[in-house]
Design a protein around this ligand. Sequence first.
Ligand code: ZN
Length: 156
Amino acid sequence: MSNTGSKREGSTLNIGALREGVVLDHIRAGYAMTIYKYLKLDKLECTVAIIKNAQSNKMGRKDIIKIEAPVETLDLDVLGFVDHNITVNVIKNNEIVEKRALKLPKQVVNIIRCKNPRCITSVESALDQVFVLADEEKEIYRCRYCEEMYHPKIRK
Ligand SMILES: [Zn+2]
């Protein structure tokens, strides 16, 4: 141990510490940027740190995203839709104060597009893209208009 490291109080880019924010843990290795896009983190002004290929006892390798913003800023429905195995840690004063469980949302709006060329949403571009959870066990969603099946490929 030495005293050479000048640890400055109030640093805004301290990757290790997080005064208030969210740590998304157990992201499958290689998927951090996908999660980043789904959560529209590029639209937020806050500090975001992405850690790729971290060691994980459970998963071998995993990705982690640290977001310096209140958990309410994030769309956890979307996160649950993309990968409900991700652990959401809510941080206050550098401590985990809460772990949020993710679950498959009953429906998702404008997250995925229907691939059926005959679907009304392919013709009427003003329509919302609505997918409804059809089978929770098999994690299957169906287009509300044409029943086209969607199985998120991010999950196993
Ligand atoms: Zn459709």
